[in-house]
Write a protein that binds this ligand. Structure first.
Ligand code: NAP
Length: 430
């Protein structure tokens, strides 16, 4: 019976669960791989912390990079996090030392995935990161394996469970962003510092990885246009609902088009509109298969360790292949465009004083940019406080809409920033 020795760095939410499953289900891993999988050594910051797992007989390394230099470890599992620092140092050292690497670290892969994949190729080892995108959904395996023979034209994803949870709660309860975020933090669904999630950065890391795999291109995190959900109010959710839409934070990567993470209006009967709470989903539009929709839990100890272990089992059995589905030198440049070239309908919301002349001032600014108003909604009157003026716009280009928003936001008759969200009527079907 052959043997595979594992070193695990990071014993937090994902690492502790991964260690527990590795040790408690050793028999099953042996049946599935024909190999005895042994957790040989671990590393974390605090050696004394009770993690609810029995690590008797497992070595502890104060410095995670030491795992890369041990001669008795075949596979390094990196579950520390962060695009730099110890996670990057460990993964680089492990690959350079000829060890296979499994990581859940989207920030690391989004920023350095290509160099790391090259290092893996040079040293004849495997680098897998299934857990880095959409947690428990095997989205990368779908792209790399199941859809390997397809020409992908668009990937659309609900890629951040925290944002989806917040938007779902806002939709179902009518509460505002700040209120729901505070509750999500209290329940442990959102981090104390939620910026990476609510500002769209986490989803953008995942989208950059998906685009690289889908289109065989170099990872280019900087090509993703990112806007988060902080500016979405209960009023926006309510008006969108009245118009027949729900608001979702969507990551969209088109083959020769945009790479964006932004809140969008999608029809309430669209399949993605029904992905609620902390669930994630990724829809692939592809030829010849057509649309494939995958959904499931995108984070949490169980779902994420499920994906980490699947990668470990692939390494143990010699399945898998290249991290980006092809050799690194054959990855082309990213074919993204800076602004969405497609004309789309838009939802526009401005906070305006309730007085005459405002509407014509707004429509005249829009007209200057060749944008015409399709419909308008305004409810409530107040002499003191501004009220929401909501419009839907006839199809227009993103750059024109953004330019109009800048002029409107700078005008003295509008309070705060004007919000413009694309309305995606044909989300999954091209
Ligand atoms: N949580 C999720 O649902 C989820 C989902 C998908 C992907 N991921 C990814 O999985 C990775 C781990 O996330 P997590 O939520 O498990 O993080 P976490 O709970 O914060 O755990 C991080 C672990 O790394 C250890 N660590 C930090 N700095 C270290 C250092 N210098 N040396 C050694 N160990 C160090 C910490 O040690 P101490 O415990 O001693 O402090 C802790 O055990 C991240 O890349 C994350 O993006 C997480």
């Amino acid at each position: 019976m052959s043997h595979l020795s594992l070193g695990l760095a990071g014993l937090g939410v994902v690492g502790a669960k991964t260690a527990e499953l590795l040790m408690s289900q050793a028999d099953i891993w042996q049946q599935k791989t024909g190999k005895k999988l042994t957790l040989t050594a671990v590393s974390a910051r605090d050696r004394t912390k009770d993690r609810g797992i029995d690590l008797t007989g497992v070595d502890f390394e104060e410095d995670p990079v030491a795992l890369a230099h041990r001669g008795d470890i075949d596979v390094v599992i990196e579950l520390i996090g962060g695009s730099e620092g110890p996670a990057r140092a460990l993964v680089e050292a492990a690959l350079a030392s000829g060890k296979h690497v499994v990581t859940a670290n989207k920030a690391l892969i989004a920023h350095h995935g290509q160099e790391l994949a090259k290092l893996a190729e040079q040293h004849g080892v495997q680098l897998f990161f299934e857990a880095a995108v959409a947690g428990g959904i095997p989205a990368l395996k779908v792209l790399r394996e199941g859809l390997a023979a397809n020409h992908i034209s668009r990937v659309t994803g609900i890629l951040n469970g925290t944002c989806n949870y917040i938007l779902t709660e806002m939709t179902q309860t009518g509460r505002d962003f700040g209120d729901v975020l505070a509750e999500a933090q209290a329940k442990g669904f959102a981090e104390a510092d939620p910026s990476f999630d609510v500002d769209g950065v986490d989803a953008a890391h995942k989208l950059a990885i998906l685009a690289a795999l889908a289109y065989g291109e170099q990872i280019d995190f900087s090509s993703v246009n990112i806007s988060g959900i902080r500016s979405i109010t209960g009023t926006d959710i309510a008006y969108a609902g009245e118009l027949g839409y729900v608001i979702k934070l969507l990551g969209i990567a088109e083959r020769s088009g945009i790479r964006s993470v932004q809140p969008c209006l999608i029809a309430h009967n669209d399949q993605l509109a029904k992905i609620d709470g902390a669930l994630n989903a990724v829809a692939f539009e592809a030829e010849p298969v057509q649309t494939v929709l995958t959904t499931g839990p995108g984070a949490g100890a169980g779902p994420t360790s499920s994906a980490v272990l699947a990668d470990v089992l692939d390494i143990a059995t010699g399945r898998g292949g290249l991290p980006f589905g092809r050799f690194v030198d054959t990855l082309g440049p990213s074919a993204h465009v800076p602004h969405d070239p497609e004309e789309r309908r838009y939802y526009l919301r401005a906070m305006v004083p309730d007085r005459a002349g405002i509407l014509s001032a707004i429509t005249s600014i829009l007209k200057d940019k060749d944008i015409s108003v399709e419909s308008m909604l305004q409810r409530g009157q107040s002499e003191d406080a501004p009220v929401a003026l909501v419009m839907t716009l006839h199809p227009a280009r993103a750059d024109a809409v953004l330019a109009a928003c800048d002029v409107l936001t700078a005008s003295d008759f509008i309070n705060g920033s004007v919000l413009a969200l694309p309305i995606l009527d044909r989300i999954e079907r091209h």
